[in-house]
Structures are given as structure tokens and as C-alpha cells.
Design a binder for this molecule. Sequence first.
Ligand SMILES: [Zn+2]
Length: 78
Amino acid sequence: MKTMTCRDLGGPCTLEHHADSADAIIQAQDRHLRDAVKSGDTTHQEARDAMKGRWLHPRKSLDWYNGVKNAFASLPAA
Ligand SMILES: [Zn+2]
């Protein structure tokens, strides 16, 4: 398991996600952003919109995606 925070993934808070793969971390962040915005947390709106845009334009988002993958790969496993 490795840990990345909401902030590591472009969000505004320090909530930690734990997962075995970068994809799982991104999914956890996506869920977190969705839940935060749904519960009225406006600080997560911008990151939520950015994440939504990534699903709509996956090719344009490759840099971000690869950046997260690289960051994940370079983390020490816990
Ligand atoms: Zn957050």
C-alpha cells in the first residue's frame, strides 16, 4: 500500500488515500472529490471540475496521469 493525499492529486485538503496502484488512488480521489462537492464543500469544486475534464479529454490529461503514476511509483511502499 502507498499513500497519496488529496493535495498530491491536485485537491485542496490533506486527506490520505491508500492503495496498491496509481489507478486505485486516482479513483479514490475521484470519489472523494465527488463526495466533498456533493456535501457542499466548495473548496473541492475546482479540483472536481478538473478531474471531470480529465475523463472527458483523456489524451490531453496524459501528462497529469503520468505525473501521478510517476509520483506513485517513487513513493516508498508501506
Ligand atoms: Zn480533499
